[in-house]
Write a protein that binds this ligand. Structure first.
Ligand SMILES: [Zn+2]
Length: 140
């Protein structure tokens, strides 16, 4: 699961990387220019060097990132309507923001998750429900 902070970090990294690559390609005297334009072949099949992924000219880095975000298979992707807009509650104090996201994502400290994380043996709720999930705490 990707957190909102991580998503914004990805946006910033992509923008910086794209700008750095574009600038490096234009200026021959930069030391990185030779490394990027005449790079050695990848040694491992899993290696995905940044210079192999040339950004499309007609799209900005942000547009490209939005396309990638919308095309990715991310858990709870529906929680983020627009990856460029701050989600509701982003301005809350840290502990409230964290609790809100625990309930939004279903990844908080409920009995079902604690069993999944091997912290307790019984997933039942004190109200005698068979399984105490984050959804159960909020909705039932
Ligand atoms: Zn209950």
């Amino acid at each position: 699961m990707l957190s909102i902070t991580l998503i914004f970090a990805f946006i910033i990294i992509i923008i910086i990387t794209t700008k750095l690559l574009a600038k490096t390609r234009m200026i021959d005297s930069l030391p990185l220019h030779t490394d990027i334009e005449n790079h050695p072949p990848a040694h491992l099949p899993s290696c995905h060097a940044i210079w192999l992924d040339v950004p499309r000219e007609e799209l900005s880095a942000l547009d490209e990132w939005c396309d990638e975000w919308l095309g990715a298979d991310v858990i709870n992707q529906s929680l983020v309507d627009s990856p460029t807009a701050l989600p509701p509650g982003f301005n809350l104090p840290r502990h409230l923001w964290a609790n809100l996201n625990h309930f939004r994502t279903g990844q908080g400290q409920c009995a079902a998750n604690l069993v999944h994380w091997h912290k307790i043996p019984d997933p039942s709720c004190s109200c005698s429900a068979a399984k105490q999930t984050m959804g159960h705490i909020v909705n039932d």
